[in-house]
Write a protein that binds this ligand. Sequence first.
Ligand SMILES: *[C@@H]1O[C@H](CO)[C@@H](O)[C@H](O)[C@H]1NC(C)=O
Ligand SMILES: *[C@@H]1O[C@H](CO)[C@@H](O)[C@H](O)[C@H]1NC(C)=O
Ligand SMILES: *[C@@H]1O[C@H](CO)[C@@H](O)[C@H](O)[C@H]1NC(C)=O
Ligand SMILES: [Zn+2]
Length: 575
Amino acid sequence: MQEKSHEPFYDCNENKSSKKFRFWDFSIIGTILSFLGIVYLLNQRYLSIPETISSQCPTVQKLVPENNAELSNIDQFHSNVYSNYSLKVWSDAVRIPTLNWDDLGKVGDDSRWEIFEDFANYLVKTFTVVTSNSKLEKVNTYGLVFTIEGSNKSLKPILLAGHQDVVPVPDETADRWTYPPFEGHFDGKFLWGRGSSDCKNNVIGIFEALDELLKRGFKPKRTIIVALGFDEETSGNQGATAINEFLIKKYGEKSIFMIVDEGGLGIQDIYGSRFALPSTGEKGYIDVVIDLITTGGHSSVPPRHTGIGIIAELVKEIEDKEYDLDLTPKNPYFYQLQCEAENAKAMDKAFKKDILKLSSNVAAKKRVLDVLRADDTTKALISTTQAIDIIFGGLKINALPEKVTVKINHRVGYDSSLVDVHSKITDAVAKVAKKFSLNANVFGRRIVTNSESEAYFNVTDDSPLSPAPLTFPYGNPTWDILGGTIKHVFEDFASFEGYDPSVSREVTVAPSCMTGNTDTRHYWDLSDNIYRFTPIRQDMRLNAHAIDERVALDAHIEGVVFYYELIRNADAFSG
Ligand SMILES: *[C@@H]1O[C@H](CO)[C@@H](O)[C@H](O)[C@H]1NC(C)=O
Ligand SMILES: *[C@@H]1O[C@H](CO)[C@@H](O)[C@H](O)[C@H]1NC(C)=O
Ligand SMILES: *[C@@H]1O[C@H](CO)[C@@H](O)[C@H](O)[C@H]1NC(C)=O
Ligand SMILES: [Zn+2]
């Protein structure tokens, strides 16, 4: 796992130049003093940049693709003919139950994967223009990599990503759906079904856009890759992992111009203004497994505390102490908040002022953090979270438990690290082990020894992942292309049916932070420019991963047009 930090230009407040003046020479002291004076004044100016309004929200300009007789007319996406076509290809995709179960075995060993072959065949026979203009390579059987060669090999390819799998529908909840989850029911506004929102709308939207472009004679200069994983919902260990290896081998590290995958926070009205929130980063992840092994025995002569009692004390110790909160420019959410403060019409004035002074005024920062702490959603964006999700121990009502296990899921914040999680767990286990005179092995180290006791803690971690490298939004043409396309489509194309008419149509594009992970967790080596963005209004995309998942058809089509224009804008850029 790699960790990388991009220092925003205004975060540099060290007076580096003063180091040159360590050697005092009394004969030129006057010169030096006046020089230092200038350095000081320049530095004051420099430090004042964070307080200027334009510097902390990476604003983008609308980007309309250059005029082209065959390609520029996007009105037909508003037609009933197109809507009917789009609904057909998208709902047929939802009808293929590409379920991803937690206990699926390896590809080839477990026959439940075979449905993914149907999905691949469906794409190939439905989007015939893409099929005949691209090369399809199958990676680890069900990973799909479609390549449309560009004419100019010195332009780095653009990678559009998505996943074919969907989370299962548990039997207990299947009959609570308003319409069966794999029927592909359309009620005149919404397409209902598992995967309609996460993320067959993205996958099919990409194919609809490409098919239409190629049908109209589009000949890309920049190679276009569409890469579809098949086990994103169980961490992408067989799908995106293999696709990454395949692409690294074929193109090399940092060979991709930009990656656009699912995710982000869509288009939303916040404090009376409209925002688009692609994610330029995602939090890290780590599970911690704590076993407490004790000598059992008959429960008629119990010790003062059984293994369960001791674990209970440890759980309390861990839950009572939350991780620190902080918000700095390392975290994409910092920029989202700045953009909200600068652009939201109806945000509380005092809160707005504090946000704008977040990186320069300690008292303002404290007030902002207090507001964010009060809400679980914003708190999760600015800290590492811990969730004690699994506990088991004890087998029989008259026997002392011999093994008790607790599992804790963490999402690692941008102003924190995996090391913080390790050290917090280590401290808590050490404290409880000492109190109860036990032994403790924590992350491979013996940290507490009590030789008279046979009981011990055994603490291990699983799936550690640092927060994703931040895609830097300043002076980055890929950010300008992505954001400029979003502004164009959601300001110029959208029908505005169902949008709040009291909110201005102007869209502010702001970086955002994901608390969960996508397949892009496996793609860090391919590009520095990774965006997670499902191009859709958040309120037209309901119940992902839940009962009655559904997406509005006109919102889906706005997404198709986003991909259509994004591909053209990325193709027109010559870098
Ligand atoms: C679109 O589909 C609807 C419902 O099936 C149908 O009534 C309508 O005639 C179709 N419109 C076009 C232009 O094909
Ligand atoms: C500690 O837990 C790990 C992971 O479950 C296991 O592989 C290891 O054998 C355990 N060690 C001891 C001493 O119980
Ligand atoms: C290919 O792209 C590079 C980089 O923008 C450019 O310098 C070159 O002129 C292009 N070649 C052609 C044939 O257009
Ligand atoms: Zn997804």
